[in-house]
Design a protein around this ligand. Structure first.
Ligand code: ADP
Length: 249
């Protein structure tokens, strides 16, 4: 059967905490190969949506489809194995390991269980090669031997992207990739996300609207747990309801 149009789809997902709906009847349609942003004021339900998409939180109701397959009842580990991986929720790196070691650990967590694959010397060489290739992809080739803790803030985030890529995701969820970054780090990480997003599907929560506008094909705006509107940056940013939501209206 042909691949479904949407890499990731949420149909009417809701989450209630003791009767309070943090997310209410939200639909998300994430096109394959696109960067899709989830925006909205604090408390809008963005994080709760991410938690439901990765199944860190079980939805109170609704359905989640990954590549057309219903993942609503799967645990997080299985969702990750099927290609939906989240970055930045917790630091995905070990500070005392080198960059190369960090990426190797991530590769082994994905492939290590396939017993036959890693047992030969050739497999070890291949593991190193793949780790170096991933470091190259995020611009960290020269930092392979440095401890993660010695990296600049921006490079730590790049390393987190590399460890996420090691899991070979078809859909990556990036939780505020530029949060806490100085101006000088925002542009390189934005370029990196654009590059990584060329052949993957990415969903980002992002507060920096210039990052949102430069990266995202589509944007879903949440307000008080519900979808306020969905569209291109030009469409949502000219929507009076969005403007008043951001002004606290
Ligand atoms: P955002 O990420 O857009 O800032 P959140 O998803 O974190 O929004 O939160 C949405 C709403 O749900 C907020 O009002 C928040 O206080 C509430 N909320 C989030 N998690 C919980 C929880 N575990 N228990 C109760 N309320 C929660």
């Amino acid at each position: 059967s042909p691949a479904p149009e949407y890499a990731l789809e949420a149909r009417g997902i809701s989450k209630s905490f003791g009767g309070f709906f943090a997310v209410k009847d939200v639909d998300l349609k994430i096109r394959r190969g696109s960067v899709h942003a989830l925006i909205g004021p604090n408390g809008a339900g963005k994080t709760t949506c991410f938690n439901m998409l990765t199944k860190a939180l079980q939805p109170t109701s609704g359905q989640i489809l990954l590549e057309g397959r219903d993942i609503s009842r799967l645990p997080t580990s299985e969702v990750a194995q099927q290609g939906l991986v989240r970055s930045f929720q917790i630091s995905a790196t070990f500070p005392h390991l080198t960059c190369l070691e960090n990426v190797r650990v991530a590769l082994q967590s994905k492939y290590g269980r396939s017993f036959h694959f890693w047992r030969s010397l050739r497999a070890v060489a291949e593991l190193n090669e793949r780790a170096m290739a991933l470091l190259g992809e995020v611009g960290l080739s020269d930092s392979a031997g440095l401890a993660a803790s010695d990296l600049s803030y921006g490079k730590k985030r790049a390393l987190e992207i590399a460890t996420t890529l090691a899991l070979d995701p078809s859909v990556m969820l990036l939780d505020e990739p530029t949060a806490g970054m100085g101006h000088e780090d925002v542009e390189p990480i934005t370029e990196l996300i654009a590059k990584v997003g060329k052949d993957r599907t990415i969903v980002i929560i992002e507060h920096n609207l210039s990052v949102v506008s430069s990266l995202s094909e589509r944007i879903t705006v949440l307000k008080q747990g519900e979808v306020l509107t969905e569209g291109t940056y030009a469409e949502v940013s000219s929507n009076p309801d969005v403007i008043s939501a951001y002004m606290g209206g």
